[in-house]
Design a protein around this ligand. Structure first.
Ligand code: IVH
Length: 658
């Protein structure tokens, strides 16, 4: 047999055994035999580089290191699912679907809802072509090299697959694998601590002692246990070195197929067919013709959930017939033909030790409960948001309280109850702060709003830092080389005072900053930041609008505003009535946009705020504060303006500061 033929044979055999092991769970050769065949293939490939194939099973070990992921547009938007938590809501879903389809009987496919991170994989002529993360549902990151290292994802398909196929699935890690990884980290940490303790007391030189201590703490930090399997999976996809991903033993199941040439008009049958092509599909998948059977399946699965070797957070129920799916269609966020039934969250008790306050980029104050670390559904939890003052009052929280923590399906921990029987008289009630913990300004709570705000938007450091962080984020201006530490340093050294100052930065601006100095790679660091800032000038107006951080103006609203107004000039001169005409723009957003104008007034006393879009340079105007102007602004509110306490406080603040 020629080398070429032997290489091809070995690749096919190894792909086949990989499928038997990882997808069908029924290996037919021993690990040793498999490794031997792999070694033979590696040797043959090394000796015959002209037969190189990026999809060879030898490439599963990874090796490519990249500096950033390419953004790719999804061919079909990557939607999410609506959630239900109760039988009543599930029955409502069933009735709504039947009414829309004008049918009395329907088949539903019921599947495990794996708890990991979504990925979309494209196959061309049976070969893995590209793997993309969800991203914002429209654009995702190209993570092909990382995905190729996951052994349950086929590199080449078997049988009668369609030429062009897009398949979506969930990347996850098995519970056991996750525990092993954390266990090994713990062991390493213990070993490191032991060595450190035995060395540190013997060192007398203080500088040397400090150096070793610093190194020890830095290394220990890297060995903290991963918080939960889901974050571990999504963090893994973002690793830039694919060989690291290969070592993480990730897994993947597939749950949705897109192609013009699907074999059946039936979702479950297509999925089962996909298993023949090489894909792993949900371990439990049944088709039923009555919502009562769906409920039975949910109950059965929920009670045996702990026995599964991987985490699930619910059951997905899908209308099985593809024609029916087409008729039902999608909303902006999710298909109408599917729903997820989320399982009850796990709960644990712990002790409330403190309440700290976070200042958001819009000045909103969020109280955060800090408690003794507790394990809930596999994660170690130390903090949870308390949302606002009324949430604290409703719980009647006291420091020292025994509190019940729940981790919902969405991973965000919540404080759900207080065990008052465990209190003693010394426990102090949590008193909501009256002044900003950073700049000490008096906090304001607008009528009809739950949150307190620090209105010192332009002089309160955490707000300014958060504004810049939001502005440079990937979804906004994407200035990724600028990290939180550097932003803080730039503010602390008065090199920047806000977003627009980023555009005045030069390489020299960094030279006196800690960690920058004269070393050559520090110069490179500064150069990368400047280049990224330069590049951001070509971001679209939509991203700029989202990035400048107007309260309530998220990505979708920014898109709508750009669509309706086209330019910042048109937007800023729009009346409130005109703003309200735009789809999805309600009172809150309209008020917030008007607040923005005031904010700009205050910001821009002497400075021009310059932002760049693809098409033109936008100068956020310097307005002169005149009584006329304020009256004009207030008239946009008509009789409503009295209600908007934040706006009025702002105006009073502005006038008194003049
Ligand atoms: S179907 C358009 N089926 O859950 C329909 N999703 O919370 C797409 N998931 O975005 C979803 N197991 O990442 C579907 N058997 C399953 C699933 C599943 C896990 C994930 C998926 C989805 C998320 C929604």
């Amino acid at each position: 047999m020629s080398a070429k033929a032997r290489i091809q044979y070995l690749r096919d055999v190894l792909n086949h055994h990989n499928y038997l092991y990882y997808v069908l769970d029924s290996p037919q050769i021993s690990d040793i035999d498999f490794d031997q065949l792999m070694l033979e293939l590696v040797t043959l490939e090394n000796n015959n580089p002209s037969y190189n194939d990026p999809l060879s099973p030898t490439k599963r070990v990874g090796g490519s290191v990249i500096s950033t992921f390419q953004s790719v547009k999804h061919k079909y938007p990557m939607l999410s699912l609506d959630n239900t938590y109760t039988e009543t809501d599930l029955n409502k879903f069933d009735q709504k679907i039947k009414k829309l389809l004008n049918k009395n009987i329907l088949n539903y496919s019921c599947e495990l809802k794996y708890d990991g991170v979504a990925v979309s994989v494209v196959y061309q002529n049976g070969k893995l072509f590209q793997a993309i993360t969800r991203g914002d549902g429209v654009f995702g990151d190209d993570v092909t090299e990382n995905i190729k290292t996951i052994k349950s994802i086929p590199l080449k398909l078997f049988g009668d697959y369609p030429d062009l196929l897009e398949i979506r699935g969930e990347i996850f890690i098995a519970k056991k694998e996750f525990e092993n990884i954390n266990f090994n980290r713990l062991k390493k940490k213990e070993k490191l601590t032991k060595t450190y303790n035995s060395q540190i007391d013997l060192i007398e030189n203080l500088d040397e002692k400090n150096k070793i201590q610093k190194k020890y703490f830095a290394e220990i930090k890297k060995l903290e246990p991963y918080s939960n399997p889901r974050n571990f999976a999504s963090g893994s996809l973002k690793l830039l070195d694919s060989s690291k991903v290969a070592r993480r033993n990730l897994d993947c199941i597939f749950y949705a197929i897109y192609s013009n040439k699907l074999p059946f008009n039936n979702h479950a049958k297509n999925l089962k067919k996909a298993k023949d092509w090489g894909f792993q599909i949900p371990k439990k998948l049944i088709v039923v013709d009555d919502i009562k059977h769906v409920l039975n399946f949910i109950h059965e699965t929920e009670s045996s959930r702990d026995k599964l070797p991987f985490e699930i957070d619910g059951i997905v129920i899908k209308v099985n017939n593809l024609n029916d799916q087409k008729i039902l269609g999608n909303t902006a966020k999710s298909p109408r033909w599917a729903i997820s039934f989320k399982f009850k969250a796990y709960q644990s008790y712990t002790v409330l030790e403190d309440v700290k306050y976070q200042i958001g980029r819009t000045g909103s104050i969020t109280p955060v409960a800090c408690f003794q670390p507790v394990s809930v559904a596999g994660s170690i939890i130390k903090r949870a948001s308390l949302h606002n003052e009324s949430f604290i009052k409703k719980l009647d929280l006291k420091i020292g309280d025994r509190v019940l923590i729940e981790k919902g399906g969405d991973v965000i921990p919540k404080v759900v109850a207080v065990d008052k029987s465990q209190r003693n008289l010394l426990f102090q009630s949590v008193q909501f702060i009256t002044h900003c913990p950073s700049c000490k300004s008096k906090l304001v709570k607008p009528i009809n709003e739950a949150n307190h705000y620090c209105l010192n938007i332009n002089h309160c450091l955490p707000q300014k830092i958060n504004q810049v962080e939001h502005f440079i984020a990937r979804d906004a201006m994407n200035i990724s080389s600028l990290g939180t530490k550097t932003i803080k340093l730039l503010f602390e050294n008065s090199i920047i005072d806000g977003i627009s100052d980023l555009y005045q930065l030069k390489i020299d601006s960094f030279s006196n900053l800690r960690g920058f100095g004269i070393e050559s790679n520090s110069f490179k660091k500064a150069e990368n930041i400047i280049n990224a800032i330069e590049k951001s000038k070509s971001q679209t107006f939509e991203k700029v609008l989202f990035g400048i951080g107007i309260r309530y103006v998220g990505k979708t609203v920014a898109k709508k505003l750009v669509h309706s107004f086209g330019s910042i000039d048109n937007l800023l001169s729009a009346s409130k009535a005109r703003l309200l005409e735009v789809d999805e723009i309600g009172e809150k957003i309209a008020d917030s946009l008007i607040l923005l104008i005031l904010n700009l007034l205050n910001l821009s006393n002497n400075k021009l705020k310059i932002f760049f879009t693809k098409h033109k340079v936008i100068i956020l105007r310097v307005f002169l504060i005149t009584i006329d102007f304020l009256q004009n602004l207030l008239s946009k509110y008509n009789e409503d303006h009295v209600k908007c306490q934040v706006l009025l406080t702002f105006i009073v603040d502005l006038i008194s500061s003049k």
